[in-house]
Design a protein around this ligand. Sequence first.
Ligand code: BGC
Length: 843
Amino acid sequence: MTAHPAAPVDTVAALPLDDKVRLLTGATPWRLHPLPAAGLRPLVFSDGPAGVRGTGEIPGWTTAALPSPTALAATWDEDALRRAGRILAAEARAAGVDVLLAPLVNLQRTPVAGRHFEYFSEDPLLTARLSAALVTSLQSGGVAACAKHFVANDSETDRTSYTARVDERTLREVYLAPFEYVVREAGVWTVMSAYSGIDDGVESSPAGSHHRLLTGVLKDEWGFDGIVVSDWAATTTAVAPALGGLDLAMPGPDSPWSRDLADAVRSGAVPETVVDDKVRRLLRLADRVGALGAPGEQGAAQGRFTAYALGSRTADPAPRAAGPARAAGYADGLRELAASAMVVLRRPAAGALPVAAPADVRRIALIGPNAVSAFAQGGGSAFVEPPYVVGFDEGLRAAFPDARLTLEQGADAGRRLPAVDPAVLCGAPLVELLDGTGAVLGTLPLASWEGTVRDFGPYAASAETLRLSAELRLTEPGEHLVEVGVVGRHRVEVDGTLVSSSDEEADGTASVLNSSTNLPDGTAHAVQVGDVPRTARVVAELQRLRSAEFGDMFRGVLRHGPPAPGRERLLSAALDAARDADLVVVVVGTTEEVESEGWDRTSLALPGDQDALVEAVLSVAPDAVVVVNAGAPVQLPWLRRASTVLWSWFPGQEAGHALADVLTGRTEPAGRLPWTLPDADPLVPSVLPDAGGVLAYTEGLHPGYRGWLRSGREPAAPFGHGLGWTDWAYGGASWEHAEDGTVTVAVDVTNSGARHGSEVVQVYLSAPSGGPERPARWLAGFARVSAGTGATVRAEVRLARRAFEVWNPATAGWEVPPGAYTAHVGRSVADVRRTLTVPVGGR
Ligand code: BGC
């Protein structure tokens, strides 16, 4: 480990124990304590990775919403990640944030993972290289990156309690590989340990916050000299994480460390030198982000990165809140990132697209639930409040000013009923607070059914149950659905009929951690309305959810579904518009009910009636452009029927402009899939832990495309696929060895299409026979090149020595199995244009 020269580091041992321990848990959920004696101002943390969520301390904070990490990964372009990093760093500085909790370097082990859209890829090398570019760019902007969640925390089901069982080789070669890369190659300053535990066959730990992988591998072997921060509220004991590699227990102000760590040191259970090491690491981080001044100068913003306008950290809060003004500066960059990340899954052979003459387009039909409401970013801790989101209709209207655009929903994509429209309520719901015996303590009017007990003033201490009564005035004839989403013990009545009840108490911390943004489920009750309007009375009792970490709370949501406008009506309006238009764009996708942190998906199908909508539109408008607005894979049963299919990801706040730029050809949709698009019979590694809480990674070295290749089946679209708007011809390929064990593959590619464009040359290896088990093919290197029509460029793809290596658990080291490797050079893992034999000696 390299010692850092910051002066206060050397005085750490002399600090009083209580002062040191105070530094190791937040003062608030997002802010650490200052230490004036060391010139340390409070360090500030914020969530990422698709924007700077902020601390909640700046009223009205809005911030740039970037394309989802999956979108950024689809660029296969480290330079794009550096551009994204510069925007994130600038926004972090504007928010006064020192540590951005991004990137997620977990892998898309399974397509159903709830945070799939937050991860980069199912491939370790692609994840590693793109993460490192983002980390470097953030940190050279003076903002610490945080590689999370260490390690094998690749799904959400029971995420706070499962133990991932992954054999040592798989861990090293697949799941630890991106962490190793961002530590060694990008020098990441912070790492977040996972909620989930890890069992690598050598040691089993029920939590990611203590394991020899943190101490022996991350810190000792890789030389990580930053801090390991816990995931939020993941630390449940003091001693094991203190000894096991954790440096900072978040959030604050209350944690097992703030309560018990000093005593654990006094009792001898934790040596004080262990605490000193954590404090040194913290001060080193503070120095790196410019949070250290001279001793006695609390709040100083001096440091190595003063060149990066740290002034904004101490600036007046007003300009910080000026999201719209700052956003104007990022608009072009975000638009370009979102557009260039889009993936062309299918297009007609002789390009009808992009639209050659936008001015000639007279009538546009823009159809689909996600056309009406773009899903710009996924849910969970990644969610940010952007200053604006350019809707798909707004973007197309701006790009085709002379066309008449008809916007039609076409189908329903909802999984739950919508939250009740306040206009339907007769007055504000009334809330009675009940104590443990069921006696009424008092009554309050309440605007929202979700809140912390702090909202209950004098009753906060003793309220155990919240009883809400509301009256809905139902005017539209037909069947109305009414439900209350609940967590744990509850009782719900509609018009005196018991709709659902449970005596089972839920735990508040678990409820938030497992589903922070997952709205509680409920049971719908049908209320018939005839010609005369009527009211429906809802009474719901909800339990107090106890949580030391997040504060006690109540969670409930009242939902109301008015009589459906009728599927037929939605669909026929859409088909009328499609028949009538010369450009038909159908936008289907997922919703905030589907893709979020907090839960895994149970189905890969598009929600609601969207598949039927696409089929119906294609039958009247076969040339319709189908746009998939999703962060993670969904099944597209109609894929081969559509002539043009674009994957738009979660495009962030410039959604509409980005799509318009792609359709008009202003920007090439140059994305390549960073994962495999499954077909009707998907390969889905399980996310369900067994009865003992063990989640076994039985697919071993073969997640994603490696599993598809092994199964011998073809997915709907292979890893690396993306057609862009032009065509490419591959010329001769060659390779050469360098002294350091790297191999460079060179290939000439010619833009044989009609437009300027760019190509991602991908090189996959397969192993010589007779060696240890290897994937059928694995990505070993890639390079993006651009060329005008007819031009030829040489792509040089460097294959690092590590691309050939395997981990040998017996010797606890890396080695290269010798023999003749095959390098597959091409446009995707399946579209191979050249193969080379690369003999490699044992090295
Ligand atoms: C998530 C982390 C996030 C943290 C703080 C946790 O639930 O797993 O990724 O950084 O919350 O919001």
